[in-house]
Design a protein around this ligand. Structure first.
Ligand SMILES: [Zn+2]
Length: 141
């Protein structure tokens, strides 16, 4: 059993919600998880949000990660024990690279989330754990 098996359930959720944003160019979904429990989800959305403007100057749509964080913060004040999982699906249904952009990584860091799991090329899960190394170390599944 791979150590990434525990993410499978939330990967499925992220891929499912990726279709809900109404943004047809990029299907990206994000899920925030705390102690193996679902906290919130988000999708790339056409609409902007004031929060997105704070973290990004050149983005015309709300990113899934930011969307999920906004929802999570309505429920839970401290997100430091959570991780975020980000997944991207192409139009033909294959799973591909969903590494958060630098703006979203900045926000993820700001709200205290220590671990980022995302789908890489070929749909494989990758992980950034920046407790120790501030985004520099990436592990392959
Ligand atoms: Zn982003």
């Amino acid at each position: 059993m791979s150590s990434f098996d525990k993410y499978k359930r939330f990967l499925d959720v992220a891929l499912e919600v990726s279709r809900y944003g109404g943004f047809s160019k990029k299907y990206v979904g994000a899920v925030i998880v705390y102690k193996n429990k679902f906290i919130s989800s988000g999708a790339n959305r056409i609409k902007t949000h004031p929060r997105q403007k704070l973290v990004s100057v050149d983005t015309e749509y709300l990113h899934a990660e930011t969307d999920a964080i906004i929802s999570a913060m309505k429920k839970k004040k401290d997100l430091s024990g959570c991780y975020i999982l980000v997944a991207r699906k192409t139009k033909d249904g294959s799973v591909t690279m969903a590494k958060p952009c630098s703006h979203c990584l900045g926000l993820i860091h700001e709200v205290g989330i220590k671990k980022v799991v995302y789908t890489g090329w070929n749909g494989r899960l990758c992980e950034i754990d920046y407790k120790h190394d501030k985004f520099s170390m990436e592990k392959k599944a």
